[in-house]
Design a protein around this ligand. Structure first.
Ligand code: ATP
Ligand code: MG
Length: 314
């Protein structure tokens, strides 16, 4: 029997709490990420979707070791990231942020912005120029951009520069945190296509974070639906989009306007129900259209054949 390929990235029972009130009498915590597990195979794109504040960026930051979890483990190439050699980890992983206006240093020329990671990682000067040119071309720009400053570029071009910088060290895994949300609709599609191309040609794996299910649907192999730091449902793109099982995923899919793939949804207005929260209840209890008495107790996450669902009624 053929051995299944090991995961490039594995996230196991990850929990992150933030202190929201800290006085001498007591500390109050807010659980931003709640016992989250998933894996990413080589060359896979995992779409992570959820409304504002659901913990998407926190998961991205935990994976990139920018913050540390309260509990849980993250494995990269089979190794606990805390034991993974730091410099190699930084080289093999990368990030693209939402807003290229703030993620690029305005005082640097484009060539310096793209070259910087190469200098940090002691790449020989001779090879640096060649790598910068390749990265800028692979990102859909040309060499003439290298002598310009970020302020001389459009939003879409700036995001291409951010992508060139993210790929210049040939990473294996990129966290793309809402990379298209700040862009015009027409430019969004170009950036999505660029990410697809990088995934196919360079075999780069992505955690693609978005609050737009249509965008996630265009790119991802698998989709994770997050609500209040907890995975509601996780499965293949086809399963999630064509046959959602969790009531929250169903609401998201029903709200998709079929004729306008880039319609921006406002999750917060999607659900009219507002029940009082009950301690220890399902995290979706207060807004769930099908909640019953049993939902005042947390459901187990059920593993079905090809997906996982957090709901009593599945
Ligand atoms: N450093 C922090 N201290 C306290 N609370 C925080 C901190 N960082 C994030 N949070 C809280 O944790 C929750 C999750 O935040 P996070 O940024 O991960 O959400 P998100 O899903 O990325 O949202 P958005 O779609 O708005 O980017 C939010 O309620 C946020 O206010
Ligand atoms: Mg975020």
């Amino acid at each position: 029997m053929e051995k299944e390929e090991p995961s490039l990235l594995e996230v196991k029972n990850l929990t992150k709490k933030y202190v929201i009130k800290n006085s001498i009498f007591k500390k109050i915590y807010f659980t931003a990420v709640n016992n989250v597990s998933f894996s990413v195979k080589k060359g896979e794109i995992i779409g992570l979707i959820g409304e504002s504040g659901s913990g998407k960026s926190t998961i991205g930051r935990l994976i990139l070791k920018l913050i540390h979890p309260d509990s849980g483990k993250i494995y990269f190439e089979g190794k606990d990231i805390n034991n993974y050699p730091e410099k190699q980890f930084r080289r093999k992983t990368s990030v693209i942020f939402q807003d290229p206006r703030t993620s690029l240093n305005p005082r640097f020329k484009i060539k310096d912005i793209i070259e910087e990671p190469l200098i940090v990682h002691n790449v020989e000067k001779k090879k640096r120029k060649e790598k910068v040119v390749k990265a800028v071309i692979d990102s859909g720009l040309d060499e003439s951009f290298l002598d310009r400053y970020p302020s001389e570029l459009s939003g879409g071009q700036r995001q291409r520069v951010a992508i060139a910088r993210a790929i210049v060290l040939n990473p294996k895994f990129i966290v793309a945190d809402e990379p298209t949300s700040a862009l015009d609709v027409s430019v969004q599609l170009q950036i999505i296509n660029l990410i697809k191309k990088l995934n196919e040609k360079e075999n780069i794996s992505f955690l693609f974070i978005s609050h737009d299910l249509n965008v996630v649907g265009m790119l991802s192999d698998k989709i994770i639906v997050l609500y209040r730091g907890k995975i509601m449902e996780k499965g293949s793109k086809e399963d999630i989009l064509k046959n959602p099982l969790h009531p929250y995923t169903k609401l998201l899919i029903e709200s998709l306007p079929p004729t306008d793939p880039f319609h921006r949804k406002h999750f917060e207005n999607l659900i009219e129900i507002e029940r009082e929260d009950v301690e220890g209840a399902c995290v979706f209890y207060h807004r769930c259209p099908i909640a019953q008495e049993i939902c005042k107790k947390e459901p187990e996450t059920k593993a079905l054949e090809s997906r996982e669902v957090y709901c009593h009624f599945v």
